[in-house]
Design a protein. Structure first.
Length: 288
């Protein structure tokens, strides 16, 4: 039987599929780290397979591999990430795009991986970029934060795209700015306003409309913004504690006796006694 590398290079798609299925079984078993590293070097080729079924299975094998070892070779990470971004992420199959995104996120678990992916995305965020790339950048910002994927860099690149003739690209760019604003309002506003262009003003207007509130984060320092968030959290916690206290009070109340209910309905103790006196008098008894 031919080794994986030769069978995966076969012109026959069925042979390649059988080979990648066997590779998955091997990776799921016990493998030495040296062996896994050797397999990893071949994956940029496997992920480029022309057959979508083989490509999807190769991507599954890749996800298994990078879950077992942390790649630290920047060149290899860059090669794998480039294939996932350029080819797999643009697939018409949503399931394949989701797996590609998961693979990129796993690559970004290491500092080397984050740096490599960030550099690729900065280079590819142009006027001709795909909405899928902007959606990936948004997801990475949400997952890893402003430090790993700086808003200063990507907001600057996204602003011109809010004026694109492509509706999906405009929406993806605006969605990125919304998430960036939620992540760090001050950094986002500074990055957009620093462009000092008509596109920047229009992007701020669109962002303001999308958030349905005026954007004035520059009036607050980072410390003030942090204090505002803390005050909001404390208010929510106080409301929750009050609700719990009310529930405990309600649950600890003693049940009302039938006599008390009757007295409440008849207007109190005196009225109850009067009714009793009348009843007794009807029987011919005299009560003073």
């Amino acid at each position: 039987m031919l080794p994986f590398s030769k069978r995966l290079a076969s012109k026959n798609a069925k042979t390649r599929l059988e080979a990648v299925n066997e590779l998955i079984k091997t990776l799921k078993g016990e493998c030495a780290e040296e062996v896994l590293c050797e397999y990893a070097k071949e994956f940029p080729k496997y992920l480029l397979d022309a057959d979508t079924t083989v490509q999807e299975r190769a991507l599954e094998a890749f996800l298994i591999l990078i879950a077992k070892i942390e790649l630290d070779d920047a060149k290899l990470i860059s090669a794998c990430a480039t294939v996932l971004i350029d080819k797999t992420l643009k697939s018409t199959k949503s399931q394949l795009r989701t797996k590609a995104r998961d693979g990129i996120i796993q690559l970004c678990e290491s500092t080397t991986g984050r740096e490599a992916v960030k550099d690729i995305l900065i280079a590819k965020t142009t006027a001709k970029t795909s909405p899928h790339i902007l959606n990936l950048i948004t997801h990475l910002l949400i997952t890893f934060g402003n430090t790993a994927f700086p808003i200063k860099d990507f907001a600057t690149l996204s602003v011109p795209l809010t004026d694109s003739s492509n509706f999906q690209l405009r929406s993806a760019a605006l969605n990125y700015l919304k998430e960036a604003y939620d992540c760090d309002a001050l950094a986002t506003t500074k990055a957009v306003k620093a462009l000092k262009s008509h596109q920047a003003d229009e992007a701020m207007r669109q962002l303001e409309n999308a958030l349905a509130k005026p954007l004035r984060p520059t009036m607050l320092t980072p410390k003030a913004l942090s204090q505002t968030r803390n005050n909001k959290k404390e208010a929510q916690a106080k409301t929750y504690r009050q609700q719990r206290a009310n529930e405990e009070i309600a649950s600890s109340r003693l049940p009302i006796s039938p006599l008390a209910t009757e007295r409440k309905e008849t207007g109190g103790v005196q009225k109850h006694k009067k009714h009793a006196s009348v009843a007794i008098n009807e029987e011919g008894m005299t009560i003073e």
